[in-house]
Design a protein around this ligand. Structure first.
Ligand code: APR
Length: 170
């Protein structure tokens, strides 16, 4: 599917309608990509996040992008990996779907995702990449309003797993 692309880079530099933030349930910032996005967006992002009163794992909430080149930030808390028997896979799929639903509702045509949950939350990269690409592809099949989705991978190893998952889509 050509509407899904895999690139290596820093998502805070994405000039797209919406970038997704791998947040935590407080939505009050953190390390990893969450920290990078808040640093790049500036303090107004945290100020708007405070008005959202958190977010459940697998759900998503949207804010403006402020000093980021992206118009919007869609925040989603991914699941922490606990071995795979506490519904982590379904929750990760729900992150991707919830973000795309919010993107559609807000007229976003280009959306960039980081590799949700595969950092601090220790979700295995191979499983996560298959879930992400499969969920994104399923959504795009019935949502022509989304023009392009990119996985913005921070390192080569991550990029390789997402490229492989996309190649398996056929
Ligand atoms: N651009 C793109 N990807 C990035 C960037 C960046 N600037 N910085 C980090 N990443 C990548 C990581 O290398 C990893 O592949 O994002 C992926 C997700 O890793 P984390 O940021 O650790 O996110 P996650 O595993 O979902 O854990 C979320 O970490 O930062 C805290 O507040 C956050 O508590 C939450 C938890």
């Amino acid at each position: 599917m050509s509407r899904i692309e895999i690139i290596q880079g820093d998502i805070t530099e994405s000039t797209v309608d919406a970038i997704v933030n791998a947040a935590n349930c407080s939505l009050l910032g953190g390390g990893g990509v969450d920290g990078a996005i808040h640093r790049a967006a500036g303090p107004e992002l945290l100020a708007e996040c405070r008005t959202l009163h958190g977010c459940e794992t697998g759900r998503a909430k949207i804010t403006k992008g402020y000093r980021l080149p992206a118009k919007f930030v869609i925040h989603t808390p991914g699941p922490v990996w606990h071995g795979g028997n506490t519904g982590e896979e379904a929750l990760l799929a729900s992150c991707y779907r919830s973000c795309l639903e919010l993107a559609s509702e807000n007229g976003c045509r280009t959306v960039d995702f980081p590799s949700i949950s595969t950092g601090v939350y220790h979700f295995p990269l191979e499983k996560a990449s298959k879930i992400a690409i499969g969920t994104i592809a399923d959504y795009l099949n019935t949502h022509p309003e989304i023009e392009r989705v990119r996985m913005v991978c921070f390192d080569v190893r991550t990029e390789r797993f997402y490229r492989d998952a996309l190649a398996e889509l056929g």
